[in-house]
Write a protein that binds this ligand. Structure first.
Ligand code: CMP
Length: 139
């Protein structure tokens, strides 16, 4: 079914001017960008967004990285968008990412891994609502 997922182009990618190249992968693979904005996340926003990881050893570094520069937050829409986007991104650690995936092509490390994508339709709805008003999403 047609569904929506939430995506972030992370600071390592915006810093290297890769926004267009990453968007081209989405668009070439049937995901439409139905909302998008470039923002500087605040520490409070990043801490809340990654709240499920608060107890992890990498949490502080992750938050510091996510506010180290601009990010592009997006809503992607298409057939099975959540799973499709995760397939296009590849494994969290670029060392384990399949050939041709965004993280294999562009990611620098497990932390600076270029993109975030929702892991379920339920989380996608929560993450989308965290960054976008309904009126900003045009399908
Ligand atoms: P993301 O999909 O945005 O969700 C959580 C992020 O934490 C993940 O991508 C990685 O960038 C980061 N992450 C996950 N595991 C580690 C790790 N072992 N060390 C550092 N960062 C990690």
């Amino acid at each position: 079914a047609t569904e929506r997922t939430f995506s972030i182009i992370k600071p390592d990618a915006t810093r290297r001017n890769l926004t267009g190249k990453i968007n081209a992968v989405f668009e070439a693979n049937g995901l439409a960008i139905v909302a998008q904005k470039r923002i500087q996340m605040t520490r409070a926003q990043a801490e809340e967004f990654y709240g499920v990881h608060r107890a992890r050893p990498f949490f502080n570094d992750l938050v510091g990285f996510m506010i180290s520069g601009p990010v592009v937050v997006q809503v992607l829409e298409g057939e099975n968008a959540v799973a499709k986007n995760r397939e296009l991104m590849g494994a969290t650690n670029p060392a384990n990412a399949a050939e041709g995936t965004i993280r294999k092509l562009f990611a620098e490390s497990i932390e600076a891994n270029s993109v975030h994508g929702s892991d379920s339709a339920e989380n996608a709805a929560i993450e989308i609502a965290y960054f976008f008003a309904g009126s900003e999403i045009v399908g």
